[in-house]
Design a protein around this ligand. Sequence first.
Ligand code: PLP
Length: 226
Amino acid sequence: MDQPATLVSPASPLEDVRNRIAKAAAIAGREPDQIQLIAVSKTHPAERIAPLIAQGQYVFGENRVQEAQSKWPELIEAHPQVRLHLVGQLQSNKADEAVALFDCIHSLDRLSLLTALGKAMEKAGRQVPCFVQVNIGEEEQKGGCPIAALPELLQQARDADVPVAGLMCVPPAALEPAPYFALLAKLADENGLRQLSMGMSDDFETAVMLGATHVRVGSALFGSRS
Ligand SMILES: *Cc1c(COP(=O)(O)O)cnc(C)c1O
């Protein structure tokens, strides 16, 4: 028997992720425009990124300064509305380059980097908002500020005139992420911070329900990384 013709084309990955964010926001009584989708394009070439820009996605994330420098300046020249977020670990000696290229840095996690970023921002005459990355699962091998050291690092950021937008975390792999997202939200609240960068391809809906203002989504948009 003939199948009826499909009248609607399947949603693109971008539409699908946007719809899922909107649904999770609705469940939590939030407006979808309170959540910024950061399309994490690391490892993917400009040819894979351009179609997303054409669909109206303007906020992207990269995790390496060098890789971002090699593919973004041309794309940004063609699409000046693009905003670039650094979501990966940053070495202090790359602070100048990061401040020049990125509009937001999600991996501020220690005093040495804070000092380097403060100097770089002053030199460049450009304030780049930062998220303080918290080692939310207290994992030894993982980047992020220890929970107990957070108030001091936030005070040091105020002293150094480095703007802190909020907190960021990557919960322990293979564990239920919700308690870690809830803990990050509580820490932000206790420290008077509004924004929460949390949630990746596997758990962004949970993060949205628990207050994420920025979700960092890679593979759900671009497919898996080789
Ligand atoms: C790669 C990366 C992401 C995106 O991961 P996906 O699982 O592909 O969505 C988010 N945050 C950070 C810090 C990353 O390094």
